[in-house]
Design a protein around this ligand. Structure first.
Ligand SMILES: Nc1ncnc2c1ncn2[C@@H]1O[C@H](COP(=O)(O)OP(=O)(O)OP(=O)(O)O)[C@@H](O)[C@H]1O
Length: 242
């Protein structure tokens, strides 16, 4: 379980609160969509959860670990088990999808393996399994530079999974994709929440949130204005998003 209590983030000279006492309890397997007007704090919340931004106040527990109090080891636990998916993943264009998944992200692959390019056969099988799960088996030997935007995003998800991600944080992961590829990526993430108990926290359009998310959290001026499960937004909730 993930427990966030009173997360507050203040920025600038005037210590403006861009996140204001956010408290959330998150279970494994949830697919959470963050929605809200521009500037409401969606990206900042994801960055604070990824520990890319410091917390001004608040406590953050993941399982038995108090991430903030644990300092370096807390951040290490997060960097192993949590993956921050970029809007447009920067994949090495000459590397195949398979090699991208095998080599992984900087900091997660032992240096000897990056230098020698050696892989263990169980890693190879694992990477192929993950590519298959993401519907990319036929793309395994294709260079990343020749993949479509949606395929690149799915390779980035495969890479995160192959390296043990239990939580994926994704800030507008379908920006720039055509509607069908974008929906495929969201559908894939939702499928993984169900089949692998992956937890996904993501900024996605409301229409897809209502179709695929298990929970929708609405932010306004850094505060939670609604937190709903298993239903669509009401008219008044919807009007707050503009
Ligand atoms: N480093 C920073 N310094 C000062 N203010 C910041 C910083 N980063 C974000 N902000 C402010 O925090 C608020 C929340 O920003 P955030 O990017 O989280 O919004 P958002 O909901 O993701 O918006 P959008 O939908 O437009 O991407 C905004 O008012 C923004 O200007």
């Amino acid at each position: 379980m993930i427990q966030i209590d009173n997360l507050t983030k203040a920025v600038g000279e005037h210590k403006t609160k861009v996140l204001d006492h956010i408290s959330l309890e998150i279970q494994h397997g949830e697919m959470i969509a963050l929605v809200g007007p521009s500037g409401s704090g969606k990206s900042m919340l994801l960055k604070c959860l990824a520990m890319k931004e410091s917390w001004t106040e608040g406590s953050f527990r993941v399982g038995d670990t108090d991430i903030i109090k644990a300092g370096f080891s807390g951040k290490r636990k997060l960097s192993k088990e949590w993956s921050y998916l970029e809007q447009s993943p920067q994949l090495h264009p000459e590397r195949t999808a398979l090699k991208t998944v095998l080599i992984g992200q900087m900091g997660q692959t032992p240096i000897w393996r990056m230098v020698t390019g050696m892989v263990r056969s169980d890693d190879y099988m694992g990477a192929m399994d993950v590519l298959e799960t993401l519907g990319l088996l036929d793309k395994a030997h294709q260079k990343a530079g020749t993949l479509s935007g949606g395929e690149k995003q799915r390779v980035a998800i495969a890479r995160a999974l192959a390296h043990g991600a239990k939580v994926i944080l994704a800030d507008e992961p379908i920006t720039g994709l055509d509607p069908r590829s974008g929906e495929d990526v969201i559908k894939t993430l939702r499928g993984l929440c169900t089949s692998e108990r992956l937890t996904v926290i993501s900024v996605i359009p409301l229409e897809l949130a209502e179709r695929y998310a298990t929970r929708i959290i609405g932010l306004q001026e850094g505060r939670i204005m609604f937190d709903i499960k298993g239903r669509r937004l009401t008219g008044p909730e919807r009007s707050k998003l503009i």
